[in-house]
Design a binder for this molecule. Structure first.
Ligand code: ZN
Length: 267
């Protein structure tokens, strides 16, 4: 049985990485352009996670997982109810990140939460042409999501402190309008990087192209900025899909070369 929830503490921030789907064994070469292909040992455990933080007294979720049961179930195990969640910060709108936002009847899973989304992502998501291009099942879900989002949502355009000690940081490329979030702490910040890198190798070599990114060149540029920022601030870095729990630190070695150290800090 895989661990469903990994609790951690970072200075005054308490957190939990929540596994929202089972890991997949994937080959890193599936994501790498041919010139970077590895000879062997390229298989790894690709995790699916979202993240809960108790930050300055607020209950915060970064993404919501694939269904409306798994994440609330994990939160219940740490005595947090869906009603307690005050902020849901979205990195992008792939279904393993947003399908957990809505209950079957179309109402919000986190009814009291302020939902935060990037403007570029929202414009793309709510564009009738985007919805038209989806198959029936996906189209039905995203129409429901766009409808639900129509009123209680905060749309962010550029980097900004959107709540006390929480920064919205545009980091487009993995998907149009992908964004990440940085949390101030009593020490170094905590930076949740969403899907900016699918494997630590992409953080160590930010100029490597991930062919699974929607706009690979833009994703490379965003990744370069992000890993430099994380290394400079010595941030605690979280990532949605790297091997569970997906927490570590980045150190700059050289131009475009960083070292990733995974960390397991248990609460
Ligand atoms: Zn993802």
């Amino acid at each position: 049985m895989e661990e469903q929830i990994h609790r951690f503490r970072h200075h005054d921030i308490e957190g939990a990485v929540i596994r929202v789907m089972d890991d997949e064994i994937l080959s890193l070469n599936e994501f790498l352009a041919e010139e970077h292909h590895l000879d062997d040992g390229d298989e790894y455990e690709f995790a699916y996670t979202c993240c809960y933080l108790k930050h300055r007294g607020r209950h915060v979720l970064i993404d919501a997982g694939f269904d409306p049961d798994t994440t609330p179930g994990a939160l219940e195990s740490i005595d947090v109810s869906p009603e307690d969640v005050e902020l849901v910060l979205l990195t992008h709108a792939d279904r393993d990140h947003v399908a957990g936002l809505l209950m079957a009847d179309g109402s919000f899973t986190y009814p009291n939460a302020q939902h935060v989304i990037g403007k570029e992502l929202w414009d793309n998501l709510s564009d009738p042409a985007t919805l038209e291009a989806l198959d029936n099942e996906r189209g039905a879900f995203y129409r429901k999501l766009v409808k639900a989002f129509d009123e209680p949502m905060q749309v962010c355009k550029k980097e900004d402190e959107i709540f006390d000690g929480i920064r919205f940081i545009p980091s487009s490329g993995h998907r149009i309008g992908h964004a990440v979030y940085e949390f101030a702490s009593e020490g170094a910040p905590l930076l949740h990087t969403g899907d900016a890198f699918f494997h630590p190798d992409f953080a160590e070599h930010p100029d490597w192209t991930n062919i699974a990114d929607s706009i690979p060149d833009q994703a490379v540029e965003s990744r370069k900025v992000l890993v430099a920022r994380a290394a400079k601030s010595n941030a605690l870095v979280l990532s949605s899909h790297i091997p569970f729990p997906g927490i570590g630190r980045l150190k700059k070695i050289d131009d475009l070369l960083y070292h990733w150290t995974p960390i397991e800090i248990e609460l």
